[in-house]
Design a protein around this ligand. Sequence first.
Ligand code: IMP
Length: 421
Amino acid sequence: MNRLVVGAQWGDEGKGKIVDILAKDVDIVVRYQGGSNAGHTVCVGDQTFILHLIPSGILHPGKICVIGNGVVVDPASFLEEKETLEKLGIDLDNRVLISQKAHLVMPYHKVLDTLKEESIRKTKIGTTKRGIGPCYVDKHARTGIRVCDMLEPDLLKSKIEHNVAEINRLLKHHNQEEFSANEIYETYLKYAQKLSPFIENTVYYLNEAWKQGKRLLFEGAQGCLLDVDFGTYPFVTSSNPTVGGLFTGTGLSHKALDRVMGVVKAYTTRVGNGPFPSELTDELGDEIRNRGSEYGATTGRPRRCGWLDLVLVKYAVMLNGMDEIAMTKIDVLDGLDEIMVCVAYELDGKRIEYVPSSLSEFGRCKPIYERFKGWEKTAGVETYDALPKEAMEYIRFIEEYLGIPVTYVSTGSKRSQIIAR
Ligand code: IMP
Protein backbone atom coordinates (compact mmCIF):
# COMPACT_ATOMS: atom_id res chain seq x y z
CA MET A 1 0.00 0.00 0.00
CA ASN A 2 1.42 3.38 -1.03
CA ARG A 3 0.56 6.10 1.41
CA LEU A 4 0.80 9.88 1.51
CA VAL A 5 1.41 11.56 4.85
CA VAL A 6 0.39 15.20 4.65
CA GLY A 7 0.03 17.98 7.19
CA ALA A 8 -3.61 19.04 7.63
CA GLN A 9 -2.86 22.42 9.23
CA TRP A 10 -0.19 25.12 8.84
CA GLY A 11 2.77 22.74 9.05
CA ASP A 12 4.62 21.46 12.12
CA GLU A 13 1.95 18.84 12.81
CA GLY A 14 4.52 16.20 13.69
CA LYS A 15 4.77 14.55 10.27
CA GLY A 16 8.42 13.62 10.88
CA LYS A 17 7.51 11.26 13.71
CA ILE A 18 4.61 9.67 11.81
CA VAL A 19 6.72 9.15 8.68
CA ASP A 20 9.48 7.67 10.82
CA ILE A 21 7.02 5.17 12.32
CA LEU A 22 5.47 4.19 8.99
CA ALA A 23 8.83 4.05 7.20
CA LYS A 24 9.79 0.74 8.78
CA ASP A 25 7.14 -1.01 6.66
CA VAL A 26 7.99 0.53 3.28
CA ASP A 27 10.83 0.37 0.77
CA ILE A 28 11.08 3.97 -0.41
CA VAL A 29 10.29 7.32 1.24
CA VAL A 30 9.70 10.23 -1.13
CA ARG A 31 9.67 14.01 -0.70
CA TYR A 32 7.78 15.81 -3.48
CA GLN A 33 7.74 19.54 -2.69
CA GLY A 34 9.24 22.30 -0.59
CA GLY A 35 12.90 22.40 0.33
CA SER A 36 14.99 23.10 3.37
CA ASN A 37 12.25 25.39 4.72
CA ALA A 38 10.88 22.16 6.25
CA GLY A 39 12.03 20.95 9.64
CA HIS A 40 11.00 17.38 10.41
CA THR A 41 11.86 16.42 13.97
CA VAL A 42 12.33 12.77 14.88
CA CYS A 43 13.42 11.45 18.30
CA VAL A 44 15.17 8.09 18.31
CA GLY A 45 16.37 6.92 21.70
CA ASP A 46 18.20 9.85 23.26
CA GLN A 47 18.89 11.50 19.94
CA THR A 48 16.80 14.18 18.23
CA PHE A 49 17.16 14.57 14.48
CA ILE A 50 15.89 17.60 12.59
CA LEU A 51 15.71 16.86 8.89
CA HIS A 52 15.21 19.66 6.39
CA LEU A 53 15.67 18.13 2.96
CA ILE A 54 16.34 14.43 3.31
CA PRO A 55 13.20 12.32 3.89
CA SER A 56 12.67 11.14 7.48
CA GLY A 57 12.95 7.51 6.28
CA ILE A 58 16.75 7.91 6.32
CA LEU A 59 16.74 6.98 10.01
CA HIS A 60 15.69 3.41 9.11
CA PRO A 61 18.61 1.39 7.77
CA GLY A 62 18.19 0.16 4.22
CA LYS A 63 15.32 2.43 3.20
CA ILE A 64 15.73 4.39 -0.01
CA CYS A 65 14.98 8.11 0.19
CA VAL A 66 14.01 10.07 -2.89
CA ILE A 67 14.07 13.84 -3.28
CA GLY A 68 11.58 14.29 -6.09
CA ASN A 69 11.51 16.75 -8.97
CA GLY A 70 9.05 19.04 -7.16
CA VAL A 71 11.52 19.72 -4.36
CA VAL A 72 13.85 22.72 -4.52
CA VAL A 73 17.34 21.59 -3.55
CA ASP A 74 19.86 23.73 -1.76
CA PRO A 75 23.12 21.79 -2.24
CA ALA A 76 24.75 23.52 0.76
CA SER A 77 21.89 22.43 2.98
CA PHE A 78 21.94 18.88 1.58
CA LEU A 79 25.68 18.50 2.20
CA GLU A 80 25.36 19.91 5.71
CA GLU A 81 22.59 17.43 6.51
CA LYS A 82 24.60 14.60 4.94
CA GLU A 83 27.59 15.43 7.10
CA THR A 84 25.51 15.60 10.30
CA LEU A 85 23.87 12.25 9.53
CA GLU A 86 27.20 10.61 8.68
CA LYS A 87 28.70 11.80 11.97
CA LEU A 88 25.86 9.96 13.67
CA GLY A 89 26.72 6.82 11.76
CA ILE A 90 23.96 7.09 9.14
CA ASP A 91 25.37 6.42 5.70
CA LEU A 92 23.65 8.00 2.69
CA ASP A 93 25.49 6.11 -0.05
CA ASN A 94 23.15 4.17 -2.35
CA ARG A 95 20.22 5.29 -0.21
CA VAL A 96 19.46 8.85 -1.31
CA LEU A 97 18.40 9.83 -4.80
CA ILE A 98 18.02 13.42 -5.95
CA SER A 99 15.90 14.10 -9.03
CA GLN A 100 17.70 15.40 -12.09
CA LYS A 101 14.69 17.63 -12.68
CA ALA A 102 14.62 19.24 -9.23
CA HIS A 103 15.46 22.93 -9.20
CA LEU A 104 18.48 24.31 -7.39
CA VAL A 105 18.27 26.95 -4.70
CA MET A 106 20.98 29.49 -5.53
CA PRO A 107 22.63 31.99 -3.16
CA TYR A 108 20.78 34.87 -4.85
CA HIS A 109 17.41 33.22 -4.07
CA LYS A 110 18.11 33.57 -0.36
CA VAL A 111 19.07 37.23 -0.73
CA LEU A 112 15.94 37.88 -2.81
CA ASP A 113 13.79 36.15 -0.19
CA THR A 114 15.09 38.53 2.48
CA LEU A 115 14.92 41.62 0.24
CA LYS A 116 11.33 40.87 -0.72
CA GLU A 117 10.28 40.41 2.87
CA GLU A 118 11.95 43.65 3.91
CA SER A 119 10.39 45.64 1.09
CA ILE A 120 6.82 44.58 1.89
CA ARG A 121 6.70 45.18 5.61
CA LYS A 122 2.90 45.51 5.69
CA THR A 123 2.17 42.10 4.19
CA LYS A 124 5.39 40.45 5.28
CA ILE A 125 4.83 36.70 4.96
CA GLY A 126 7.38 35.74 7.57
CA THR A 127 9.18 33.26 5.31
CA THR A 128 11.97 30.97 6.49
CA LYS A 129 14.37 32.97 4.24
CA ARG A 130 15.67 29.76 2.70
CA GLY A 131 15.15 31.12 -0.84
CA ILE A 132 12.19 28.83 -1.48
CA GLY A 133 9.79 31.39 -3.03
CA PRO A 134 12.36 32.98 -5.38
CA CYS A 135 13.54 29.51 -6.50
CA TYR A 136 9.99 28.49 -7.46
CA VAL A 137 9.55 31.88 -9.18
CA ASP A 138 12.56 31.11 -11.41
CA LYS A 139 11.21 27.61 -12.04
CA HIS A 140 7.91 28.98 -13.29
CA ALA A 141 9.55 31.86 -15.15
CA ARG A 142 11.60 29.14 -16.91
CA THR A 143 14.91 30.66 -15.86
CA GLY A 144 15.59 28.16 -13.08
CA ILE A 145 18.67 25.95 -12.88
CA ARG A 146 18.00 22.25 -12.47
CA VAL A 147 20.06 19.59 -10.76
CA CYS A 148 20.91 18.01 -14.16
CA ASP A 149 22.23 21.38 -15.39
CA MET A 150 24.97 21.15 -12.77
CA LEU A 151 26.45 18.23 -14.70
CA GLU A 152 26.86 20.31 -17.88
CA PRO A 153 29.46 22.97 -16.97
CA ASP A 154 28.94 25.21 -20.04
CA LEU A 155 25.19 25.27 -19.60
CA LEU A 156 25.54 25.85 -15.86
CA LYS A 157 27.91 28.76 -16.47
CA SER A 158 25.70 30.49 -19.02
CA LYS A 159 22.58 30.10 -16.87
CA ILE A 160 24.33 31.48 -13.80
CA GLU A 161 25.76 34.40 -15.80
CA HIS A 162 22.35 35.27 -17.18
CA ASN A 163 20.57 35.09 -13.82
CA VAL A 164 23.30 36.88 -11.89
CA ALA A 165 23.36 39.77 -14.40
CA GLU A 166 19.65 40.22 -13.78
CA ILE A 167 19.80 39.95 -10.00
CA ASN A 168 22.80 42.30 -9.85
CA ARG A 169 20.77 45.04 -11.58
CA LEU A 170 18.22 44.71 -8.79
CA LEU A 171 20.82 44.58 -6.05
CA LYS A 172 22.50 47.71 -7.43
CA HIS A 173 19.16 49.48 -7.28
CA HIS A 174 18.85 48.48 -3.60
CA ASN A 175 22.48 49.46 -2.85
CA GLN A 176 23.29 45.86 -1.97
CA GLU A 177 26.48 43.94 -2.59
CA GLU A 178 26.46 42.28 -6.01
CA PHE A 179 27.13 38.60 -6.75
CA SER A 180 30.04 37.21 -8.72
CA ALA A 181 28.75 34.78 -11.36
CA ASN A 182 32.14 33.13 -11.49
CA GLU A 183 32.28 32.50 -7.75
CA ILE A 184 28.82 30.91 -7.79
CA TYR A 185 29.80 28.83 -10.82
CA GLU A 186 32.96 27.52 -9.11
CA THR A 187 31.02 26.70 -5.94
CA TYR A 188 28.26 24.86 -7.82
CA LEU A 189 30.82 22.90 -9.86
CA LYS A 190 32.18 21.60 -6.56
CA TYR A 191 28.67 20.82 -5.37
CA ALA A 192 28.05 18.95 -8.64
CA GLN A 193 31.00 16.67 -7.90
CA LYS A 194 29.76 15.91 -4.40
CA LEU A 195 26.12 15.47 -5.41
CA SER A 196 26.66 13.48 -8.59
CA PRO A 197 26.54 10.00 -6.94
CA PHE A 198 23.04 10.84 -5.71
CA ILE A 199 21.60 12.30 -8.91
CA GLU A 200 19.09 10.07 -10.68
CA ASN A 201 16.21 10.13 -13.14
CA THR A 202 13.77 9.65 -10.28
CA VAL A 203 10.72 9.81 -12.55
CA TYR A 204 11.69 6.52 -14.20
CA TYR A 205 13.14 5.14 -10.99
CA LEU A 206 9.92 5.66 -9.05
CA ASN A 207 7.68 4.37 -11.83
CA GLU A 208 9.81 1.26 -12.17
CA ALA A 209 9.82 0.74 -8.40
CA TRP A 210 6.03 1.09 -8.31
CA LYS A 211 5.63 -1.42 -11.17
CA GLN A 212 7.81 -3.87 -9.26
CA GLY A 213 5.50 -3.58 -6.26
CA LYS A 214 7.88 -1.65 -4.02
CA ARG A 215 6.07 0.03 -1.13
CA LEU A 216 6.19 3.83 -1.32
CA LEU A 217 5.63 6.41 1.38
CA PHE A 218 5.21 10.05 0.38
CA GLU A 219 6.24 12.68 2.88
CA GLY A 220 4.54 16.05 2.47
CA ALA A 221 6.35 19.08 3.84
CA GLN A 222 4.63 22.14 5.37
CA GLY A 223 0.84 21.78 5.51
CA CYS A 224 -2.34 22.12 3.44
CA LEU A 225 -3.11 25.62 4.72
CA LEU A 226 0.29 26.74 3.41
CA ASP A 227 -0.48 25.40 -0.09
CA VAL A 228 0.06 28.09 -2.73
CA ASP A 229 -3.33 27.31 -4.34
CA PHE A 230 -5.50 26.25 -1.42
CA GLY A 231 -3.87 27.87 1.59
CA THR A 232 -4.33 31.28 3.16
CA TYR A 233 -2.80 33.13 0.21
CA PRO A 234 -0.51 35.13 0.20
CA PHE A 235 0.57 33.83 3.61
CA VAL A 236 1.60 30.49 2.16
CA THR A 237 4.64 28.69 0.87
CA SER A 238 5.34 28.54 -2.88
CA SER A 239 4.59 24.87 -3.50
CA ASN A 240 1.68 22.40 -3.31
CA PRO A 241 1.85 20.23 -0.16
CA THR A 242 -1.67 18.98 -1.03
CA VAL A 243 -2.08 15.71 -2.89
CA GLY A 244 -1.78 17.18 -6.41
CA GLY A 245 1.79 18.22 -5.58
CA LEU A 246 2.67 14.56 -5.11
CA PHE A 247 1.93 13.74 -8.76
CA THR A 248 3.61 16.80 -10.29
CA GLY A 249 6.46 16.49 -7.80
CA THR A 250 7.32 12.85 -8.56
CA GLY A 251 6.08 11.98 -12.06
CA LEU A 252 3.96 9.13 -10.70
CA SER A 253 0.32 8.84 -11.73
CA HIS A 254 -2.63 8.97 -9.33
CA LYS A 255 -2.82 5.18 -9.69
CA ALA A 256 0.34 4.90 -7.59
CA LEU A 257 -1.39 6.30 -4.51
CA ASP A 258 -3.58 4.08 -2.35
CA ARG A 259 -4.18 5.98 0.85
CA VAL A 260 -3.90 9.47 2.30
CA MET A 261 -3.16 10.11 5.95
CA GLY A 262 -3.57 13.61 7.37
CA VAL A 263 -1.47 14.58 10.36
CA VAL A 264 -3.32 16.81 12.82
CA LYS A 265 -1.90 18.31 15.97
CA ALA A 266 -4.37 18.23 18.88
CA TYR A 267 -4.31 22.04 18.79
CA THR A 268 -3.24 24.51 16.09
CA THR A 269 0.04 26.33 15.49
CA ARG A 270 1.23 28.71 12.86
CA VAL A 271 4.66 30.18 12.28
CA GLY A 272 4.83 33.30 10.18
CA ASN A 273 2.09 35.82 9.54
CA GLY A 274 -1.52 35.61 8.36
CA PRO A 275 -4.97 35.20 9.93
CA PHE A 276 -5.47 32.51 12.58
CA PRO A 277 -9.06 32.54 13.93
CA SER A 278 -8.54 30.22 16.90
CA GLU A 279 -5.25 31.80 18.02
CA LEU A 280 -4.70 32.18 21.76
CA THR A 281 -2.85 35.41 22.37
CA ASP A 282 -3.12 35.09 26.15
CA GLU A 283 -1.18 33.20 28.83
CA LEU A 284 -2.73 29.91 27.79
CA GLY A 285 -1.25 30.35 24.31
CA ASP A 286 2.16 30.89 25.94
CA GLU A 287 1.68 27.84 28.13
CA ILE A 288 0.85 25.63 25.15
CA ARG A 289 3.90 26.98 23.31
CA ASN A 290 6.15 26.11 26.23
CA ARG A 291 4.65 22.70 26.91
CA GLY A 292 4.70 21.73 23.24
CA SER A 293 8.15 23.30 22.57
CA GLU A 294 6.50 25.22 19.79
CA TYR A 295 9.53 26.90 18.29
CA GLY A 296 10.33 26.57 14.57
CA ALA A 297 12.58 23.59 13.80
CA THR A 298 14.19 25.54 10.94
CA THR A 299 14.22 29.12 12.18
CA GLY A 300 13.73 28.81 15.96
CA ARG A 301 10.88 31.34 15.78
CA PRO A 302 8.13 31.00 18.42
CA ARG A 303 5.03 29.44 16.88
CA ARG A 304 1.65 31.06 17.37
CA CYS A 305 -0.63 28.65 19.25
CA GLY A 306 -4.40 28.19 19.44
CA TRP A 307 -7.24 25.70 19.75
CA LEU A 308 -7.84 22.97 17.22
CA ASP A 309 -9.70 24.41 14.23
CA LEU A 310 -11.76 21.65 12.66
CA VAL A 311 -13.11 23.88 9.89
CA LEU A 312 -9.57 24.08 8.55
CA VAL A 313 -8.88 20.38 9.06
CA LYS A 314 -12.13 19.37 7.33
CA TYR A 315 -11.11 21.54 4.37
CA ALA A 316 -7.78 19.67 4.27
CA VAL A 317 -9.61 16.32 4.46
CA MET A 318 -11.70 17.36 1.44
CA LEU A 319 -8.77 18.72 -0.60
CA ASN A 320 -6.71 15.56 -0.22
CA GLY A 321 -9.35 12.84 -0.04
CA MET A 322 -7.92 11.88 3.34
CA ASP A 323 -8.73 8.38 4.55
CA GLU A 324 -7.41 8.64 8.08
CA ILE A 325 -5.89 10.94 10.65
CA ALA A 326 -2.80 10.66 12.84
CA MET A 327 -3.30 12.93 15.82
CA THR A 328 -0.16 14.25 17.47
CA LYS A 329 0.78 16.00 20.71
CA ILE A 330 -2.42 15.24 22.58
CA ASP A 331 -0.29 15.09 25.76
CA VAL A 332 0.44 18.82 25.47
CA LEU A 333 -3.20 19.45 26.44
CA ASP A 334 -2.94 17.24 29.56
CA GLY A 335 -4.18 18.83 32.78
CA LEU A 336 -6.25 21.62 31.23
CA ASP A 337 -9.70 22.10 32.81
CA GLU A 338 -11.39 22.85 29.55
CA ILE A 339 -10.47 22.33 25.91
CA MET A 340 -12.13 24.12 23.01
CA VAL A 341 -12.48 23.11 19.39
CA CYS A 342 -13.45 25.49 16.61
CA VAL A 343 -16.35 23.95 14.67
CA ALA A 344 -17.57 26.94 12.62
CA TYR A 345 -16.91 30.64 12.10
CA GLU A 346 -18.99 33.72 12.51
CA LEU A 347 -18.45 35.93 9.49
CA ASP A 348 -20.18 39.31 9.49
CA GLY A 349 -22.92 38.00 11.77
CA LYS A 350 -23.47 34.73 9.83
CA ARG A 351 -22.41 31.20 10.81
CA ILE A 352 -20.27 29.55 8.16
CA GLU A 353 -18.55 26.16 8.03
CA TYR A 354 -16.16 26.74 5.14
CA VAL A 355 -12.84 28.51 4.64
CA PRO A 356 -13.41 31.76 2.68
CA SER A 357 -11.10 32.40 -0.31
CA SER A 358 -10.85 36.11 0.46
CA LEU A 359 -8.13 36.77 2.99
CA SER A 360 -9.95 39.77 4.44
CA GLU A 361 -13.08 37.63 4.95
CA PHE A 362 -10.99 34.90 6.57
CA GLY A 363 -9.38 37.57 8.74
CA ARG A 364 -12.85 38.62 9.95
CA CYS A 365 -13.88 35.06 10.87
CA LYS A 366 -14.51 34.61 14.59
CA PRO A 367 -14.27 31.08 15.94
CA ILE A 368 -17.38 29.28 17.20
CA TYR A 369 -16.29 26.75 19.79
CA GLU A 370 -17.48 23.42 21.15
CA ARG A 371 -16.29 22.95 24.74
CA PHE A 372 -14.78 19.75 26.13
CA LYS A 373 -13.90 18.71 29.63
CA GLY A 374 -10.12 18.37 30.01
CA TRP A 375 -8.32 15.17 30.99
CA GLU A 376 -5.62 14.34 33.44
CA LYS A 377 -2.88 12.50 31.58
CA THR A 378 -2.29 11.02 28.14
CA ALA A 379 1.51 11.47 28.13
CA GLY A 380 3.25 8.22 27.25
CA VAL A 381 0.01 6.18 26.96
CA GLU A 382 0.53 3.36 24.45
CA THR A 383 -2.90 1.74 24.15
CA TYR A 384 -6.20 3.33 23.25
CA ASP A 385 -8.09 1.76 26.13
CA ALA A 386 -5.66 3.33 28.61
CA LEU A 387 -6.58 6.87 27.50
CA PRO A 388 -8.72 8.94 29.90
CA LYS A 389 -12.37 8.84 28.83
CA GLU A 390 -12.38 12.63 28.22
CA ALA A 391 -9.54 12.25 25.72
CA MET A 392 -11.46 9.44 24.00
CA GLU A 393 -14.48 11.74 23.79
CA TYR A 394 -12.30 14.46 22.20
CA ILE A 395 -11.05 11.99 19.59
CA ARG A 396 -14.53 10.57 18.99
CA PHE A 397 -15.88 14.08 18.32
CA ILE A 398 -13.07 14.81 15.86
CA GLU A 399 -13.73 11.57 13.98
CA GLU A 400 -17.44 12.32 13.78
CA TYR A 401 -16.87 15.90 12.59
CA LEU A 402 -14.33 14.87 9.94
CA GLY A 403 -16.03 11.63 8.92
CA ILE A 404 -12.77 9.63 8.98
CA PRO A 405 -11.03 7.63 11.70
CA VAL A 406 -8.14 8.71 13.89
CA THR A 407 -5.86 5.69 13.41
CA TYR A 408 -2.80 6.92 15.31
CA VAL A 409 -2.55 9.02 18.46
CA SER A 410 0.89 10.27 19.43
CA THR A 411 1.34 10.80 23.17
CA GLY A 412 4.96 11.99 23.34
CA SER A 413 8.04 12.61 21.25
CA LYS A 414 9.58 9.12 21.55
CA ARG A 415 9.06 6.46 18.90
CA SER A 416 7.29 4.20 21.42
CA GLN A 417 4.85 6.89 22.58
CA ILE A 418 2.19 6.19 20.01
CA ILE A 419 -1.17 4.44 19.94
CA ALA A 420 -1.91 2.52 16.73
CA ARG A 421 -5.59 1.61 16.55
P1 IMP B 1 8.69 29.88 2.90
O1 IMP B 1 8.22 28.50 2.64
O2 IMP B 1 10.03 29.95 3.54
O3 IMP B 1 8.58 30.77 1.68
O4 IMP B 1 7.69 30.55 3.99
C1 IMP B 1 6.32 30.82 3.69
C2 IMP B 1 5.44 30.54 4.88
O5 IMP B 1 5.41 29.14 5.14
C3 IMP B 1 5.91 31.19 6.18
O6 IMP B 1 4.77 31.52 6.96
C4 IMP B 1 6.68 30.08 6.88
O7 IMP B 1 6.74 30.26 8.27
C5 IMP B 1 5.84 28.89 6.48
N1 IMP B 1 6.59 27.63 6.47
C6 IMP B 1 7.47 27.21 5.57
N2 IMP B 1 7.94 25.99 5.88
C7 IMP B 1 7.32 25.63 7.00
C8 IMP B 1 7.35 24.45 7.81
O8 IMP B 1 8.04 23.46 7.52
N3 IMP B 1 6.54 24.45 8.90
C9 IMP B 1 5.73 25.50 9.20
N4 IMP B 1 5.66 26.61 8.48
C10 IMP B 1 6.45 26.68 7.39
